[in-house]
Ligand binder design. Structure first.
Ligand code: ATP
Ligand code: MG
Ligand code: MG
Length: 364
């Protein structure tokens, strides 16, 4: 069975690395506009370039005629996805990717399912938005946002006046700034038969909009909060309907959960599952789209994931007995995600010690 992946980044790489032991073959579509660095997936399968207007039958042949397609990112040309469904299955559905690609469609889906998210305004004047939401607020472009890019924080009246005079030259929504206690995410997977498996909530630490660290299971999470997050995800699974891994980022405010955003794919905050769960998110995504039974998602002990941002070379010397390194083989650039280290321990106290060891080695 051959799986085609739209995109050539680290998520495509780790999907392939998880799928090769299952006997799956892989092909990668390189969007000539955005997938400029193919080194992540070189040697892992067939790679074919694509740009708008290309003949899709030729593309499908060049990819070795996959049995199913999936995506490693939501910022994709929906016409390409639609076109490929003429040749074989695509998971999650085009509709699912479309909803997560656009921040406003995502917000509308959440509202329709009565899933709480941060209050927002769309299509109204900035001063009016500020009146309704209060300051600080954040403007987020509807498309092409990742790692906090294409966002504008409006802290005070001075910044509001500045932005109102020259608003972003892109379609955006304004969102209330949430004074959250912490950020968590839920990674879940739904099979073609509707079976679902959910991982425990993961705590995520961001720096300047970029994920730097995840800890799973998140601490201080009541069974009710886990249940509530799972209910939200199941509602989304059923509404779309969905096949594959879905990631849901949430803000924790007191004992309340607000959904920040969705990603219709494997997710950086799920990388810990490679070391800390019976079945990792990558394998479960493949099992789902290949029509196989899903694997168990319980956490084994406590696990941390440390992102490597802009690191020049694979820091193998940081490895300890409890750590594993995933190097993406990308060209390093400042703040670019080039790898991660997973660290596993029997409990959170031991995990903190293990993290300190790895961090000390990283900073040598
Ligand atoms: P990703 O790389 O996760 O796709 P993104 O560019 O889509 O990121 P968001 O997840 O919307 O961006 O925002 C990035 C981070 O900025 C969040 O994880 C959070 O730390 C902070 N943030 C975003 N929106 C808000 C908000 N309304 N209130 C408080 N913090 C926010
Ligand atoms: Mg995002
Ligand atoms: Mg995010």
């Amino acid at each position: 069975m051959r799986i085609g992946i739209i995109g050539c980044g680290q998520l495509a790489r780790m999907l392939a690395l998880a799928g090769l032991p299952l006997g799956l073959k892989f092909s990668f579509v390189a969007d000539t506009g955005s997938d400029t660095d193919l080194s992540c997936v070189e040697g892992l399968g067939l790679i074919a370039p694509w740009q708008a207007g290309d003949n899709l039958a030729d593309l499908y042949d060049a990819l070795g005629q996959p049995d199913a397609f999936t995506v490693e990112k939501e910022q994709v040309d929906l016409n390409l996805l639609h076109g490929l469904t003429a040749f074989c299955r695509f998971a999650p559905s085009v509709n699912s990717v479309a909803h997560c690609k656009s921040r406003i469609e995502e917000k509308q889906l959440l509202a329709q399912l009565q899933i709480p998210s941060a209050p927002f305004c769309y299509g109204i004047d900035l001063n009016q938005s500020a009146k309704e939401l209060g300051l600080p607020m954040v403007l987020k472009s509807l498309h092409d946002g990742y790692d906090g890019k294409n966002q504008w924080l409006v802290k005070d009246d001075r910044q509001l006046t500045q932005l109102a005079a020259s608003p972003p030259q892109t379609d955006y929504l304004a969102e209330q700034w949430v004074a959250f206690d912490r950020e968590v995410s839920l990674i879940g997977v739904r099979s073609t038969t509707g079976d679902t498996q959910l991982y425990p909530l993961t705590e995520n630490v961001h720096h300047q909009g970029i994920l730097v660290r995840s800890i799973a299971p998140a601490q201080g999470i009541t069974p009710l909060m886990q249940q509530t997050a799972e209910d939200y995800m199941r509602a989304i699974f059923d509404a779309l309907p969905y096949v594959g891994v879905l990631a849901m980022e949430l803000f924790v405010v007191g004992d309340k959960l607000l959904v920040n955003e969705l990603a219709p794919r494997v997710h950086n905050s799920g990388h810990w599952t490679q070391l800390g769960a019976m079945t990792c998110q990558f394998e479960n995504h493949l099992r789902a789209i290949a029509g196989l039974p899903l694997g168990a998602t319980q956490a084994q002990g406590a696990t941390a994931m440390l992102n490597l941002l802009g690191t020049a070379a694979a820091p193998r010397e940081a490895l300890t007995t409890n750590a594993s390194l995933h190097w993406y083989n990308k060209t390093p650039q400042p703040q670019r995600k080039v790898g991660h280290i997973n660290i596993n321990a029997c409990d959170h106290a031991q995990l903190q010690q293990q993290i300190a060891q790895v961090e000390a080695r990283l900073s040598r």
